[in-house]
Design a protein around this ligand. Structure first.
Ligand SMILES: NC(=O)c1ccc[n+]([C@@H]2O[C@H](COP(=O)([O-])OP(=O)(O)OC[C@H]3O[C@@H](n4cnc5c(N)ncnc54)[C@H](O)[C@@H]3O)[C@@H](O)[C@H]2O)c1
Length: 339
């Protein structure tokens, strides 16, 4: 089996490549990634070169995509994206380009090369925000109500995937997952940002009152969900993945400080993110029933593994908390990153 994974040098894409190689001994992977600020070739280090091949390229570049996509490809997994809400608030252009145009370019190439299945990696954020303490959860029937430019671009991509299936008969599956955490996540996202700052005894910037709720899932559970959707999902289906782990941002930050033995006084509340979604919660009953998938990593175990990875990989963090990241940090949090 041959698969083509875009965004493979990113956080989830790289975990997925490792998952796919382990899940099917006969599987060969072409990883395709532009290596933007969020992509890191080190994330793919140590893979068997007989089964894994990396190509640097842009999913918006038709020629590059057509050349890289194998002729006998069983599946495209589209993880490539601009993925950070805060950056989409500063400027949405790259989000429209990569997340929307890039997805369409991949769909066209998949049609041309008769790829067996197109798997689009989407997000729960396309469904907007849920009322606090309502007990309500997102299901596959929830409406698309994106609130950030990032979420809007991911929702638009889903619609192009749907249109490709309806119009051209491409076999498609869309996966929507909650907030991932785990090793190798770029430290602009909540969990690695807080771990990296706490390790350096720097203030931990928390938006607003810190009571925004997210539904957390360990990255390997997300990857096994995407694999299950590829193997067993219905053509045209949308599947929501979550691990029934709702937590406020403040609870997340406090768990990190507890694990590292650092004081809560490091927490610094900052102005809220504009349009900040209040609550996400996912009902994973459909995937549990239909795909036989279930999250297997608890928050406590997953966070321990994550904190340990960052603690043992300080050069990886130091290598990415440089240059442009420092200007971005200042623009978003109004404070300098000391180290
Ligand atoms: N992180 C989460 O919590 C989460 C949750 C649900 C869904 N998702 C989705 O999962 C996917 C992966 O997320 P992530 O957190 O790993 O993101 P990430 O930012 O860590 O990685 C994105 C990768 O895409 C690559 N990329 C960006 N633009 C590209 C382009 N034009 N051409 C080729 N490659 C390009 C980057 O170099 C990077 O390696 C995204 O589609 C995201 O929307 C993420």
């Amino acid at each position: 089996m041959n698969i083509f994974v875009t965004g493979a040098a990113g956080f989830i894409g790289s975990a997925f490549v490792r998952h796919a190689l382990a899940a099917d001994a006969g599987c060969s992977v072409v990883s395709f990634d532009l290596l933007t600020y969020a992509g890191n070739i080190e994330n793919l280090a140590g893979l068997d070169p007989r089964r894994h091949f990396f190509i640097k390229g842009d999913i918006c570049d038709r020629t590059a995509v057509n050349e890289a996509l194998p002729d006998d490809c069983d599946a495209v997994f589209n993880f490539a994206a601009e993925s950070h809400v805060d950056r989409s608030i500063l400027s949405a252009d790259d989000f429209v380009r990569t997340n929307v145009l890039g997805t369409q370019v991949l769909l066209d190439a998949a049609r041309e090369k008769k790829v067996r299945r197109f798997v689009q990696i989407s997000t729960d954020e396309v469904m907007g925000s849920l009322p606090e303490n309502s007990g309500e959860s997102f299901t596959e029937a929830s409406s698309l109500r994106p609130n950030s430019p990032y979420a809007a671009s991911k929702a638009a991509a889903e619609l192009f995937v749907r249109a490709a299936r309806q119009t051209h008969g491409i076999d498609t599956v869309v996966t929507r997952c909650g907030n991932n955490y785990g090793p190798r996540q770029f430290p602009e996202k909540l969990v690695p940002l807080m771990i990296a700052n706490a390790l350096n005894d720097q203030p931990l910037p928390v938006y607003g009152d810190g009571l925004n709720v997210r539904d957390w899932i360990y990255v390997d559970d997300h990857c096994s969900g995407v694999w299950a959707a590829f193997e067993k999902g219905r053509n045209g289906a949308v599947y929501n993945f979550g691990s029934r782990c709702e937590m406020t941002n403040l609870e997340v930050v406090r768990s990190i400080l507890d694990l590292l033995g650092k004081p809560y006084s490091l927490i610094k509340f900052v102005d809220d993110r504009p349009g900040h979604d209040r609550r996400y919660a996912i009902d994973p009953s459909l995937v549990e029933r239909e795909l036989g998938w279930k999250a297997s990593v608890s928050w406590d175990d997953g966070l321990k593994k994550t904190v340990q990875w960052y603690d043992e990989n300080k050069p990886w963090i130091d290598g990415v908390r440089t240059g442009e990241y420092r200007s971005f940090y200042k623009a978003v949090y109004g404070m300098d990153l000391a180290k």
